[in-house]
Ligand binder design. Structure first.
Ligand SMILES: [Zn+2]
Length: 432
């Protein structure tokens, strides 16, 4: 049954204990500096400012063409390699190694500089790889420990979104493949053409500029292809699980996972006779007419959803409708059933760490569905990043003006409702 997945409920501590990777920015900066230093050091070692010009025939020798192209690519990568992000270290170690070999063969003074650069880049790439695989291992270990046989069924729209999310990366790979092929073909034609040409009289040499871009294109092709394969392989395992994320603090996050807040009236409620909430929303929001099926802000003076409506309920009826968002202040969380470890009804399908952070899904009574907003992939949170752009920790109104408190436990909900004379209710919980 490919649409049945296992439900995992990590605790806040377990989720926050999953390792985050170091920030990509710092890794990239270090690799970028290394690239610049190596290219600069090689220039000095080769006394690059002294013009040693090759003859036309010499410049057509494969080793000279190769050395020229690869060195120029290293220079290019040193300047614009920033765009490769944290994969720059890996790309550099391959490229600098090729430079080291090429310069060793032509007997250049700079060969040791390229070799040292290769060594340092390889160490950087290995360090990043180790921290990345530590994260994947930790997620696997936690999932294995949390499995308890609880399953959920995915709707067909979720299966489609899942397929699309895994397929998307291959279009980029195809684009890099086309660019690489075009550049390589161009270069081969250029080279063959140059060999059949008469020696130019002005002493110029063979310098195929397009060839400088071919190695980066091929590196991007290899990078994109290997990433898709690793993502696919990781998802074969990770896709079996739906994670109920117990809040921020873990290695991935996306908007929509945050808990729900009050102050809204659902469409089925705001169509009731006597409700003025829709009119208020239409006045405030000129684009409201485009989304008539959305929930709307609760009006303070609505006969059905205003302050008086909240406060006139007896405790039993308050408990019975405590799940309705309009009872609660817009800065107060809404209560959740006490057997749930989280307030969010959203979850993440298939979290494979940084390789695939997971797909935002909605839990409902019938199973797992896509959110109305469409498919959203979670993103990675690095070490030292702020947890999430959380709603400011709103402070409930002062103790003054409290009307009464209602324990929600009899309704199977967690927390206590605090009602105010001139406002909506606030949820008091033990949760931080
Ligand atoms: Zn209303």
């Amino acid at each position: 049954m490919h649409n049945v997945r296992e439900l995992l409920r990590p605790s806040k501590e377990e989720w926050a204990g999953l390792p985050r990777r170091r920030s990509g920015g710092r890794v990239t900066l270090m690799a970028w500096l290394l690239g610049l230093l190596t290219v600069g050091g090689a220039f000095v070692a080769d006394r690059g400012w002294e013009e040693v010009s090759l003859s036309w025939e010499e410049s057509l020798l494969p080793i000279n063409v190769f050395a020229g192209v690869i060195t120029n690519t290293a220079l290019l990568l040193g300047i614009v390699g920033w765009a490769m992000g944290r994969y720059l270290a890996l790309a550099l170690s391959g490229l600098l190694a090729a430079c080291a070999i090429a310069q060793m063969i032509v007997g250049a003074q700079s060969a040791p500089v390229w070799t040292v650069g290769t060594g340092i880049a390889a160490v950087m790439a290995a360090t990043d790889f180790v921290s990345s695989s530590r994260q994947l291992r930790a997620i696997r270990t936690l999932a294995a420990r949390l499995r308890n046989g609880e399953t959920v069924e995915l709707g067909s729209d979720v299966l489609t979104a899942e397929r699309n999310a895994l397929r998307g990366g291959w279009w980029i790979t195809l684009a890099f493949l086309c660019i690489s092929l075009a550049l390589c073909t161009w270069f081969v034609f250029d080279w063959v053409d140059a060999q059949n040409k008469a020696v130019p009289s002005d002493g110029s040499t063979f310098r195929p500029f397009e060839a400088v871009f071919a190695p980066p294109a091929m590196m991007l092709l290899i990078w994109s292809c290997s990433r898709n394969i690793r993502k696919g392989l990781a998802y074969r395992w990770a896709g079996r699980f739906v994670w109920i994320v117990p809040g921020a603090g873990g290695p991935v996050w996306t908007n929509g996972l945050e808990p729900s807040y009050g102050g809204r009236v659902e469409p089925e409620d705001n169509r009731a006779n006597g409700c003025i909430c829709r009119e208020g929303e239409a006045r405030r929001d000129p684009e409201y007419e485009d989304f008539p099926d959305d929930d709307v802000a609760a009006d303070d003076y609505c006969a059905l959803h205003g302050f008086d409506a909240v406060n006139s309920m007896d405790h039993a009826s308050f408990r019975a409708s405590a799940n309705s968002a309009w009872l609660w202040d817009e800065n107060s969380r809404t209560p959740n059933t006490s057997d749930e470890l989280t307030v969010a009804s959203k979850a993440l399908l298939g979290c494979a760490g940084y390789l695939f952070c997971g797909l935002l899904v909605v839990r409902s009574s019938s199973g797992i569905e896509m959110p109305a907003s469409g498919a959203t992939e979670a993103y990675e949170i690095n070490k030292g990043d702020a947890d999430i752009p959380n709603r400011a920790k709103a402070i409930p109104p002062s103790e003054q003006g409290i009307l009464d408190t209602i324990d929600l436990a009899p309704a199977g909900l967690s927390g206590t409702a605090v009602r105010y004379r001139h406002g909506r209710a606030w949820l008091r919980t033990d949760e931080p």
